[in-house]
Design a protein around this ligand. Sequence first.
Ligand SMILES: C[S@@+](CC[C@H](N)C(=O)[O-])C[C@H]1O[C@@H](n2cnc3c(N)ncnc32)[C@H](O)[C@@H]1O
Length: 244
Amino acid sequence: MKSKYDSNVEFWNRDSKIIQSDFLCRPHVLKLLGGVKDKRILDAGCGEGYLSRILSNQGAMVVAIDSSRGMIEKAKNYSKENKVKYCVDSILSLKTVRKNSIDKAISVMVFNYLNKKSEWNIALRKIHGILKKSGEFVLALQHPFEIVHSPKTNWIDHIKNENKVYWDEKGIFKKLFDFRGNSFRTKNIHRTFSTILNKLIENGFEIKRVLEPKPSKKDLRSFKRMWGDEIKYPYYLIIKSIKK
Ligand SMILES: C[S@@+](CC[C@H](N)C(=O)[O-])C[C@H]1O[C@@H](n2cnc3c(N)ncnc32)[C@H](O)[C@@H]1O
């Protein structure tokens, strides 16, 4: 089946930092994940494999799944030389990953695509099931305050998001830009802080650490003209938890 994400493959296809989240989200996910050498890692919703490749190069045994066949095909082409195991699969089923087999899992900018709140329970239970005892899970998603401050930045154009209500867990519409000016439109489902934290807790995770990354001076020197309100407000929420 063709996935709507198949059409975004070329935008995401990269091996260096080209979009806002490559600065403010992914490096912080990797830091929070800690040591990965010889660990079995799941990249849940891996896209074209940007993070899977980095983890594999750091010595991890990476299992990477995505519901988009186009993304997985691109990832496989990239990675002929490395050892990532890529599969078309959904975080709502995880049928290609063995139970209790994974040391650490990440899911980066994927849960905001789940339309129904009940799907959070399904996906978190699946991730809980494939983790070994005390296995770690790093979840990264758009920060729930983004809806409140509708920040100004050249990395993201907020479309029709005025007068949104924080407690309404509905879609927010954005156009994401890379530094070359390429863009694509996306819809992320906003979730409140309490929904995100409570879903993890209700589904058997113990929260260990929470990050709301700020741009570093070095980040701000790269593609200077792109940055705006990132120095005032958080854009990403990253949560490390363990399987209880
Ligand atoms: C914004 S991209 C992020 C990709 C990657 N995690 C990264 O950080 O570069 C979102 C990805 O989530 C995938 N996705 C959306 N819903 C999914 C689901 N239910 N199961 C697995 N992947 C999903 C899309 O196909 C897309 O590749």
